[in-house]
Write a protein that binds this ligand. Structure first.
Ligand code: MN
Length: 731
């Protein structure tokens, strides 16, 4: 029977048969549904029929080898089945729905997860991106088994790398070293990590590999008897103390030697600990006994003893480590642990998904990211702060999304972020001018929620500006504060420009030269008497309506000059209209991004709620609102156009003018006013005149709450006997 602790076998890919997988499964999962595995094999073979690998082998050899690796890891049946199916949706016409119909929701989820991960291609030139990529990778896999399948997939692809072009080999090996091997390491799957590193290293630096390889060979030759010598000495000592143990000697791997040489700038001869020993014992007490025996045989190197049994690492790794000066003065490292600890050391997180016959299948809720929390619970003492941070980050990244820039860089955002957040993270100006985004080529609105793996390209337009609505979509605080800042500034700039217009007009009306007056002593006195800090501040206050231009002008100009003009009726009337218009419109119309601004309803077209409207920043009267189809609005300067909308929250009434052509007969006017009153509409003015031919034109100014009410009233009026036509006067 195959021992739990064996590393992966590496059979000839073309020789692996379904039977090899079934034999493995039968060994560790006697109650497993083997028919499901057979079904997956047949389904996969049909789907991949006719497809070949670069080696020329039938494609199905690959899923078979992946499934065998998973069975060797003693993964549950669902994971092994996923191994057989993992490329069907990505590479054949099979749909994810078919997988669900044939294999159930559970396996569908796993296959879907692997397919999604396959779509992300790591192509960064920056090392710091690798960490983000690993995080994205893990964040996208809701189930840890998806990552385990992906690692087995990668391991088999690495084993069969030779058949690819040099360029492809280099790309895949780099990706393996920067992304896959660290993930395997973080999950504690040592065997996987080591083999991935070894194959990648051999492909990326064949020259260095060869050099280390030949050094290793001569070292092994020179130390031919060394491993046996140590084993014999220790075994004898262990037996004397009745400790059952398995002592294994092994050489450090090429890649870890290379890393050590590079990091500490050493020659091969200067690297210590190339030979290490592993002592596997039965129980915890035996660990410490074995340690004592080793220290009695050879002198320990100070500072090299580590007790990961008493204080396990965050990934639950447990072992005693010590380095001693062994026979012939060679430094030798020993790792001492129980077989249970060894299983965790070799398989890490995967150990939790390994099939355990006694306890049966695992609970489903255990399969998600619960292992992360377990990592935290296991931790009794944080001995390595960097490692702790790593784990905390892992736990957090479930709430983050990772997206690509068009250049392939990865950026991290809180879940729920939108293209606006992305745009502001590129540059403030990109944010301000952002009109939308392309996500993997498809145009999306600004409210689109970013998903991990998306490639985001921002669409900008030079004349576009942020609006208050953006605050509903922006999630990051930096984007929100940039939008708020822009709106405040824009609002204030508009108020200032309006304020200046009003004031200049008022000065001119009294025959004064505005530029001259704004520099006068009187003007400065007025500012300081009001506690206004600057001319700009005054303009803003005028624009916001906190001061009237008359208040300024009357304080600056001599009283005689004021009196001369104030008698003129034109101004009085204008002021009245201005006042009335302001009063009427208050709260009815909202101006985009502005509070507190003067709004005037255009008297030419008298828009009422429901009409399509547009606003214009006027010289001296705040913002005037016109119907979009008003002839006057079309002739106004488009530069001054501004978005406005009806404020649906208010009950205010607006004025509409209606012209009726009727027969000039007694009782006509009474019938009309009765109908208007029935519709609960107020008549604010009426003008009736006879036009001869026994006809009359009646013009009404009506206070209505919406265009719907007005339309209803007008159609009722049309039906009255004696009414010839009813029209709304719009300009
Ligand atoms: Mn594959």
């Amino acid at each position: 029977m195959k021992a739990n602790l064996d590393p992966f076998s590496n059979p000839d890919s073309t020789k692996v048969r379904l039977e090899d997988i079934l034999i493995q499964l039968k060994e560790y999962a006697s109650d497993a549904d083997l028919d499901l595995v057979r079904k997956a094999y047949i389904f996969g073979s049909k789907a991949h029929e006719g497809q070949k690998r670069s080696s020329g082998d039938p494609y199905m050899t690959h899923p078979l080898c992946v499934a065998l690796l998973l069975a060797e890891m003693r993964m549950d049946v669902a994971t092994v089945v996923t191994g057989l199916l993992h490329d069907t949706v990505e590479d054949t016409l099979v749909t994810i729905e078919e997988i669900e119909t044939l294999f159930g929701e559970h396996i569908k989820e796993l296959v879907d997860g692997v397919t999604k991960l396959s779509k992300i291609k790591f192509s960064s030139r920056e090392a710091r991106q690798a960490e983000n990529f690993r995080k994205m990778f893990m964040a996208m896999a809701a189930d840890i088994r998806v990552i385990i399948v992906k690692l087995a997939d990668r391991l088999h692809n690495m084993r069969t790398l030779d058949f690819l072009s040099a360029q492809k080999r280099h790309r895949i090996a780099t990706e393996t070293l920067e992304v896959y091997a660290p993930i395997a390491g973080r999950l504690g799957i040592q065997e996987m990590k080591i083999e991935l590193e070894q194959v990648a290293f051999k492909n990326l630096k064949p020259e260095v590999w060869k050099k280390i390889e030949s050094e290793m060979l001569s070292l092994k030759k020179a130390n031919r008897n060394f491993i046996e010598e140590v084993q014999d000495m220790l075994n004898k000592e262990l037996q004397e103390h009745s400790i059952a143990a398995d002592v294994q000697g092994r050489y450090k791997h090429h890649y870890s030697i290379f890393r050590k040489m590079e990091a500490q700038n050493l020659d091969f001869d200067q690297v210590y600990d190339i030979i290490g020993f592993r002592v596997l014992v039965d129980d915890l007490a035996a660990c410490y006994t074995a340690l004592g025996l080793i220290h009695s045989l050879w002198r320990p190197v100070p500072g090299r003893f580590k007790d990961y049994v008493g204080m396990p690492k965050l990934n639950n790794y447990q072992s005693l480590h010590t380095t001693v000066i062994g026979p012939h003065g060679h430094r030798v490292e020993f790792q001492i642990r129980t077989k249970n600890m060894h299983e965790v050391a070799e398989w890490g997180v995967a150990a939790h998904w390994r099939y355990k016959e006694k306890s049966g299948m695992h609970q489903k809720d255990e399969m998600k990211f619960r292992w992360l929390r377990q990592f935290m619970e296991w931790q009794r003492d944080v001995s390595d702060p960097a490692e702790y941070l790593d784990i905390v980050k892992l736990d957090l990244f479930a709430t983050d999304v990772y997206v690509f820039t068009p250049k392939g860089d990865i950026r991290e955002f809180p879940r729920g972020s939108t293209p606006i957040d992305f745009a502001y993270s590129v540059h403030t100006d990109v944010g301000h001018h952002c009109v939308g985004a392309r996500v993997s080529g498809r145009i999306v609105p600004l409210r689109y929620e970013l998903k991990s793996g998306d490639t985001i390209e921002i669409i900008t337009r030079a004349d576009h500006q942020p609006s208050k609505d953006w605050l509903k979509f922006a999630k990051t605080s930096s984007a929100r504060s940039k939008i708020r800042h822009f709106i405040r500034k824009q609002q204030r700039d508009r108020a200032k420009s309006i304020g200046r217009d009003i004031l200049e007009k008022e000065f001119s009306r009294f025959g004064a030269e505005p530029k001259k007056e704004l520099k006068s002593n009187q003007f400065n006195k007025f500012l300081s008497s009001r506690g206004i800090s600057s001319e700009e501040e005054l303009m803003a206050q005028l624009g916001y309506g906190k001061l009237t231009p008359r208040q300024v002008v009357s304080s600056v100009l001599p009283a005689e000059q004021m009196n001369e003009v104030s008698e003129e009726p034109a101004q009085t009337t204008l002021a009245k209209i201005f006042k009335r218009a302001t009063k009427k419109s208050k709260g009815v119309v909202r101006v985009q991004g502005m509070d507190d601004i003067l709004v005037t309803i255009g008297r030419c077209c008298s828009p009422i709620p429901g009409d399509s409207i547009t606003g214009f920043v006027t010289r001296g009267r705040g913002v005037t609102v016109h119907r979009t189809d008003c002839s006057r609005s079309l002739s106004l300067d488009p530069e001054r156009r501004i978005d406005v909308e009806w404020d649906g929250r208010t009950e205010n009434r607006s004025t509409a003018r209606v012209k009726m052509l009727c027969q000039d007969k007694p009782g006509m006017l009474a019938a009309i006013s009765k109908e208007i009153t029935n519709h609960k509409v107020n008549i604010s003015s009426a003008n009736c005149r006879s036009v001869g031919d026994s006809k009359a034109v009646n013009t009404f100014e009506l206070g209505v709450s919406s265009v719907q009410v007005l339309n209803k009233l007008m159609s009722s009026l049309e039906k009255l006997s004696g009414v010839i036509s009813v029209d709304r006067v719009v300009s």
